[in-house]
Design a protein around this ligand. Structure first.
Ligand SMILES: [Mn+2]
Length: 246
């Protein structure tokens, strides 16, 4: 049966060449076997605009384009908090289809809610306020109107100042609020949620009014090992990719 793959929190950047190499391996070796690849945000450690012509941005764009054009895998992209500025130009350049911040898709026959995950962390009031400010049209318009080099410097400065932004450790990211999780599940009338962001890979059960809902949390990527989810007619399974010996 056709496979659907789910990944999140790769945090690709020039500072993590091993993770970039493993992602490129995943895209050329594993992803072509799947019908669909869902990238649930934070593919990049920072995205400063679709005109970014850095080697990392270019390599990722080219790899996604090849996967979609040559191998026929459909690729969906949901924004993370690091790469929420990915826009229509990136989608046109690569062929990926941009998703909204909540999307319900059929995963092996089960309606499944897909989210990046940061919206679930409602106990982090400071973060949610910063999130609103960073995504306001006025902030985005002003930021994108600046020269590429200035945007790169501003993004680096922001990452230095923000604790979460410099660390991949789960303890530096607040976990989800249980009540918020069940509110989203109920609102979308689903019994399964897949998300990333918290760097706490696990599978949770949430008691609902009717039955129990599953919450699958994706792992963050590292250069020596990365975990992703694969859906087939056997259900959802975790799978690991490691670099092939050089
Ligand atoms: Mn995130």
């Amino acid at each position: 049966m056709a496979e659907q793959l789910f990944i999140a929190d790769l945090h690709l950047s020039a500072e993590r060449p091993d993770t970039l190499a493993l992602f490129l391996e995943f895209i050329t070796r594993r992803a072509p076997q799947a019908e669909a690849l869902y990238i649930l945000g934070d593919l990049f450690d920072a995205w400063i605009g679709d005109d970014d012509d850095s080697p990392t941005a270019t390599q990722v764009r080219d790899a996604l384009r090849r996967l979609i054009d040559s191998d026929g895998t459909t690729v969906y992209f949901q924004h993370g908090n690091r790469d929420f500025l990915i826009g229509d130009t990136f989608a046109a350049d690569t062929g990926v289809q941009l998703l909204g911040e909540t999307e319900v898709v059929d995963v092996d026959g089960t309606p499944t809610l897909l989210m990046h995950g940061d919206l679930l962390c409602t106990d982090d009031v400071e973060y949610q306020q910063a999130r609103l400010m960073l995504r306001s049209p006025a902030f985005v318009e002003d930021f994108l109107s600046r020269p590429l080099a200035e945007r790169a410097a501003l993004a680096a400065d922001y990452r230095r100042k923000s604790g979460e932004a410099t660390s991949l450790k789960a303890e530096d990211i607040m976990d989800v609020n249980e009540r918020t999780v069940t509110d989203y599940l109920r609102h979308h009338d689903v019994a399964r949620l897949i998300h990333g962001h918290t760097h706490r890979p696990d599978t949770h059960s949430h008691p609902m009014r009717q039955g129990t809902a599953e919450r699958w949390v994706l792992a963050e990527w590292h250069g020596n090992q990365a975990e992703f989810l694969c859906a087939t007619d056997r259900g959802l399974e975790r799978e690991v990719i490691r670099p092939t010996a050089a």
